[in-house]
Design a protein around this ligand. Sequence first.
Ligand code: NI
Length: 411
Amino acid sequence: MGDVMTMLTTFADSHPEVQGRVRPDIKGLQLDLVSWRRSLHQHPELGFREHQTAELVHACLESWGINHQTHIAQTGIVATIAGARPGPVLAIRADMDALPIQEENQVPYRSQHDGVMHACGHDGHTAIALGTALYLHQHCHEFAGTVKIIFQPAEEGPGGAAPMIAAGVLKKPDVDALIGLHLWNNLPLGTVGVRSGPLMAAVELFECIIQGKGGHGAIPQQTIDSVVVSAQVVNALQTIVARNLNPLEAVVVTVGQLQAGTAMNVIADTAYLGGTVRYFNPDLAAVIPERMEQIIAGVCQSHGASYDLDYWSLYPPVVNDAAIADLVRSVAESVVETPARVVPECRAMAGEDISFFLQEVPGCYFFLGSANPDLNLDYPHHHPRFDFDETALGLGVELFVRCVEKFCALE
Ligand code: NI
């Protein structure tokens, strides 16, 4: 608790330029936000196994008397907070899961679960959502309509958004719009990244087995060398981006795995390729796998090899609605005070399964800057030393609350 108290003092005295217009009632939540976040950080859990996490969320909501439903899509929770009178329904989504990474930070709140770590900031997302729920519950006479707060499992995979939608979280009452944020160490503390249209990329995966004919390393004429064929396939796949697509499209084709052979003097019978494809433009969904198959088929045919290609989509691209993105942008400008701290060029080729929610209802996902190089809090996401400046937690609550006050205005 000592370090939390120090942290609170630090928060109250420093970052005045960053705290912007965070209201006193939300600044007063900072100690709680930090303690929830650190408790979650100490007990990270992988996707669909967020049992302790869900227990903490449930215990908080229960003690505050907030209506909520647990065990949605296994470990998901939805809290529902009704405003002063009927009106629009806004959903706020937070993800709760951690990653299979061994934490290297030497902090008092470091992970106590071997090999599992909150290395993406989802502990912070859950804490911000809890703080938002508490504030809105205490000020429910200050907005109209209903706010649903969605605590989602398994964002890092295999994906908790789709099963939560299937379980009906966007219905009864029907959600009109949805917002969510990601703490973002690619942006400094005190900035917000928001834009309309595509923000994060589609995530697609592929596996290909190339079948040649093995044999003696010194008698190639009797073989079909799957290593030579796969090397040509790896190179040729890069022409999808370089030569088949408009250079103004942002696309990545990565072969991340290439395995073949068992000995230095043996020509490999088969080779295995595994990789990922990323893009923003939904129109490319059919083009890329089609071109990939043509290339692999052509290269294999020219060598007499055969292949088996498996290509599937994990998450669609995250595409923000223009009107809701405008709302978030104006809210962000009012919180960080300087419009220059609201960054429109913030797209990332990483993926996020909030995209499934945004396919169902208009919404906006945005980045909340959380890096502070002065405190060494700027390691990249998914790094064993990832950590963020907890000052961002209060900013996150203020942003969400202002979005609610604007979208669900009492008039
Ligand atoms: Ni993340």
